[in-house]
Design a protein around this ligand. Structure first.
Ligand SMILES: Cc1cc2nc3c(=O)[nH]c(=O)nc-3n(C[C@H](O)[C@H](O)[C@H](O)COP(=O)(O)OP(=O)(O)OC[C@H]3O[C@@H](n4cnc5c(N)ncnc54)[C@H](O)[C@@H]3O)c2cc1C
Length: 373
C-alpha cells in the first residue's frame, strides 16, 4: 500500500493544532491533522477565552454564536474561599465563555486542513526526508499538538509528571434545568474566582448561557477531591450554585509556563500548546498560549521554507520566550511561598489590587500587545 503523504502532520486537533494548521494551510501547505478522537469531542476546561484568541484567528463571532454558546463577560466576582467577595465591573466585554466541544470543532473546521479523526498516533519512525507515522503516513514535518500527554512530546523526552510540576484540576459542566437556573445566583456576565488560602490555586463558577461549569485547580494535587468538596460546601453556603449539581467531576493535569523543561523542537519536529507546557502561570489560561504558539510555530515553519532542521526552526523558541517570558523552571522557596500566602490573602480583599493586578495583569494581560505573526 502506498503511504499517504502530507507536507505537515499535526498530531492533535485542539486549539494549538488547529491554529497552527490554519496558518499553514493559508500559506499553501498540505496539512493533515490526526486526532485520536472524533469531533465534536469534549475537553475538560472551564471554557474562558480572552479576546486575543478570537482576534488572532480572525473568528467571525456573529457566525460562531448563531448555533453555539458565546457568553460575553464584563466583570468578575473574586476573593478567597471563605472570604468576602470583591466585585469588579468593566462595562464592556473583556472575555468570552465557550463550550469546548463546540469551540474546538469550529476551530478545526476553520483551519480547512485535512483531518484524520479517531486515529491515535501509535508509531513514529524517521525516514529519508522526514517521518513515517502509524506505518502509513509520510510527512516532512511533525507538529506535536496532542495536549499535556502528547506522544510527540514523549518522543522528544518529556517525562510526564516525574520532574514536572503540573496543575491538577477537576470540574463539572452541565446544562441547568429551569429550577437549577432559578437557584443559581452566579451571573453569566460575571464569572466567580475564589482563591485557596495558600494561593496555590483557585476554584471557579462559570455560567455560560444555560450551562454551568464549576471546578478547582491547584499546583499540588494532594487531597484534590477533598478540596473540591470544601469548595462546593462554601459555594452552597453562599447560595452561589444549585444544591443538586451532578456528582461526577472530571480531572485533568497540565503544565504551566516555567514549571517544566520540555524540549520543544528538534530536526523536523515542533511542539505547540499544552504539549510544550505553555499555560499562563498566574491564571492557568491555556487556550491563548495554545493558539499563539500554534501561530508562532506556523510562522517559523513558513520561514524555514522547506528546510526543517532544528537550526532553521530555532526562531520558534525565541519567539515563545519573547511572548510568554522565561522558559526555565522556577520554584518559589518556602519563605517566598509563606510571604505570598500572607500578603496575597490580604491583597485579594482589596478592590484596586484585584482589578489592576489580579484581573488586568494576570488574567486579562490587558497591557500585552496583540500577537502579530
Ligand atoms: C479543568 C481545566 C480547566 C481549564 N480551563 C481553562 C480556561 O477556562 N481557559 C483556558 O484558556 N484554558 C483552560 N484550561 C487549559 C486548556 O484547557 C488547555 O491549555 C488547552 O486545551 C490546550 O490546548 P491544546 O490544543 O494544546 O491541547 P488539547 O486541547 O488538550 O488538545 C489536544 C488534542 O490532541 C489529541 N490527542 C491526544 N493524544 C493523542 C494521540 N495519541 N494521538 C492523536 N491525537 C491525540 C486530543 O484528542 C485532543 O483533541 C483548563 C484546563 C483544565 C484541566
Amino acid at each position: 500500500m502506498n503511504p499517504e503523504r502530507c507536507d505537515v502532520l499535526v498530531v492533535g486537533g485542539g486549539p494549538a493544532g488547529s491554529s497552527c494548521a490554519w496558518k499553514l494551510v493559508q500559506a499553501g501547505l498540505d496539512v493533515l491533522v490526526l486526532d485520536k478522537q472524533v469531533f465534536p469531542r469534549d475537553k475538560v476546561c472551564a471554557g474562558w477565552v480572552t479576546p486575543p484568541v478570537t482576534d488572532a484567528l480572525r473568528l467571525d463571532l456573529e457566525d460562531y454564536q448563531r448555533e453555539r454558546v458565546l457568553q460575553p463577560i464584563s466583570g468578575f466576582r473574586t476573593g478567597l474561599i471563605d472570604g468576602p467577595p470583591v466585585e469588579t465591573g468593566y462595562g464592556r466585554t473583556v472575555s468570552y465563555g465557550i463550550r469546548r466541544c463546540e469551540f474546538d470543532h469550529y476551530l478545526l473546521q476553520h483551519s480547512q486542513a485535512r483531518v484524520e479523526p479517531g486515529e491515535p498516533l501509535q508509531s513514529i519512525e524517521r525516514v529519508a526526508g522526514g517521518w513515517r507515522v502509524n506505518r502509513r503516513i509520510e510527512t516532512s514535518l511533525l507538529i506535536g499538538a496532542g495536549g499535556h500527554f502528547c506522544p510527540v512530546a514523549r518522543y522528544l523526552g518529556a517525562s510526564f509528571g516525574s520532574t514536572e510540576r503540573v496543575v491538577a484540576a477537576q470540574e463539572v459542566e452541565f446544562e441547568m434545568t429551569a429550577s437549577q437556573r432559578r437557584a443559581c445566583r452566579a451571573e453569566a456576565e460575571r464569572p466567580e474566582l475564589y482563591f485557596c488560602r495558600d494561593l496555590k490555586g483557585y476554584g471557579w463558577v462559570f455560567r455560560k448561557g444555560d450551562y454551568l461549569n464549576i471546578g478547582l485547580g491547584r499546583e499540588d494535587n494532594h487531597k484534590l477531591a477533598e478540596r473540591v468538596e470544601d469548595f462546593l460546601a462554601f459555594l452552597r453556603r453562599q447560595q452561589r450554585i444549585p444544591d443538586d449539581i451532578p456528582a461526577r467531576f472530571k480531572g485533568h493535569a497540565y503544565l504551566l509556563q516555567g514549571h517544566g523543561d520540555r524540549k520543544r523542537l528538534d530536526d523536523g519536529v515542533l511542539l505547540v500548546g499544552d504539549a510544550a507546557g505553555l499555560a499562563c502561570p498566574q491564571s492557568g489560561e491555556g487556550i491563548r498560549p495554545a493558539v499563539e504558539s500554534g501561530l508562532l510555530a506556523a510562522a517559523a515553519v513558513i520561514a524555514a521554507n522547506g528546510e526543517f532542521s532544528a537550526a532553521r526552526l530555532a526562531p520558534y523558541c525565541q519567539h515563545l520566550a519573547e511572548r510568554f517570558g522565561a522558559t526555565r523552571p522556577s520554584r518559589p522557596g518556602a519563605f517566598a511561598q509563606g510571604m505570598r500566602s500572607r500578603l496575597g490573602g490580604k491583597l485579594l480583599g482589596n478592590a484596586w489590587f484585584t482589578r489592576h493586578v489580579v484581573l488586568d495583569r494576570w488574567f486579562l494581560h490587558s497591557k500585552q500587545p496583540p500577537l502579530h505573526v
